[in-house]
Design a binder for this molecule. Structure first.
Ligand SMILES: Nc1nc2c(ncn2[C@@H]2O[C@H](COP(=O)(O)OP(=O)(O)OP(=O)(O)O)[C@@H](O)[C@H]2O)c(=O)[nH]1
Ligand SMILES: [Mg+2]
Length: 339
């Protein structure tokens, strides 16, 4: 009989240490974690995994053949108007769960976030929305009640992009609402969960953890683990406001840069991990490395955010023209301001 890793859901195997689920032969009979999960959990050692999204899409297709309720998790920090793209694969009733509320400033009103999402005209499958923080336990009772309200079968699938916080939520729900705990591996790395895992909360509810969709346009795919740790916010973000005249630029270390090219004196507020150094300099003195980046030009109508996928965003109050330089492959989009 095959055995699964309780951390990532991959099938345990002793043949190939390069593949998912590897354990040493001598440990197989007692192991309940693969080597990768074991090293992550007990030694904080990270190991990037290459993943193809075909697998994720196959899982969604499988889910769409059931009548189960789906929890679709979206990280508030990376919220943009393409959150609905998962619905081309799913027709199940869905609760949209916006995660990691704790890292966003309290000054952002939850009603404003809900309004932003409603304005997107998301698909009819989305029956309800809940904004949560698994870390602070915000919104979890409300989410639990909504699951009970909309649930049609025992199985409820938890899906979303990698790093959205699926496994963290399930661990927390087990802690809160079950007599047993789960210890699914969670980490800042993309693709931590590698296989489906059924986690039974009680007799009537089993949550199914799934591997996430890798968002290839996220910053997290273009940096090493050291930088990934720094760009990932751990605490409530402290926004920084700059009053800029044309010809000035804001740089976030040597990661990205935003030049102010046209408009009156304008207010820019940055929302990035507190660990990152953000400076205002003259456009003409920018660092050379930025020349390797991809360049995007935006005409801002005012009260809009420029979102750099996976890194953060800048709110711009008045109309103007900006140029944004980001590593090639990272997406940059404009949205109505969240605040
Ligand atoms: N600040 C904060 N961090 C969170 C929260 N939920 C999850 N995280 C962090 O986000 C990262 C990803 O969490 P996971 O639970 O592993 O995400 P996942 O969706 O299961 O990711 P994959 O398994 O790769 O698909 C981890 O570093 C978590 O600690 C939250 O509510 N607040
Ligand atoms: Mg996971």
């Amino acid at each position: 009989m095959t055995k699964k890793c309780l951390g990532c859901g991959s099938v345990l195997q002793t043949e190939n240490r390069e593949l998912d689920g590897y354990v040493e032969e001598k440990d197989y009979s007692i192991a309940n974690l693969c080597r990768r999960c074991f090293r992550m959990k007990y030694y904080g050692e990270f190991h990037f995994i290459e993943r193809k999204n075909d697998e994720f899409i196959d899982i969604l297709k499988g889910v769409s053949e059931t009548n189960s309720l789906v929890l679709y998790l979206v990280d508030l920090f990376t919220l943009t108007n393409n959150i609905d793209n998962i619905n081309k694969y799913l027709k199940n009733d869905t609760i949209l769960v916006i995660t990691k509320r704790d890292i966003m400033p309290k000054s952002i009103n939850n009603d404003k976030i809900l309004q932003y999402i409603r304005n997107l005209n998301t698909s009819k499958n989305i029956k309800d929305i809940e904004i949560i923080s698994s870390v602070n336990n915000d919104g979890l009772d409300e989410l639990y009640n909504k699951i009970k309200k909309y649930q049609t079968e025992k199985l409820v699938y938890v899906v979303g992009n990698t790093n959205a916080g699926k496994s963290t939520l399930i661990n927390k729900m087990m802690k809160n609402y079950s007599t047993t705990d789960s210890a699914i591996t969670t980490s800042i790395l993309p693709a931590t969960t590698l296989g489906q895992m059924n986690i039974q909360l009680d007799k009537t509810l089993t949550l199914v953890d799934t591997p996430g969709l890798i968002d290839e346009s996220s910053f997290s795919n273009y940096v090493d683990i050291k930088i990934l740790k720094r760009i990932t916010p751990k605490k409530e973000i402290k926004p920084k406001t700059f009053q800029l005249k044309v010809g000035k630029t804001i740089e976030v270390e040597n990661l990205i840069r935003i030049d102010y090219l046209g408009g009156n004196k304008n207010s820019f507020t940055s929302y990035f991990s507190n660990d990152l150094r953000i400076n205002q300099i003259n456009v003409s003195t920018h660092k050379k490395e930025f020349l390797e980046h991809e360049k995007y030009i935006f005409d801002v109508k005012g009260r809009e955010d420029i979102v750099i996928n996976g890194l953060g965003y800048i709110k711009i109050v008045d109309p103007g023209t900006v140029t944004v330089y980001v590593p090639k492959g990272v997406s940059v989009v404009k949205r109505d301001s969240l605040v």
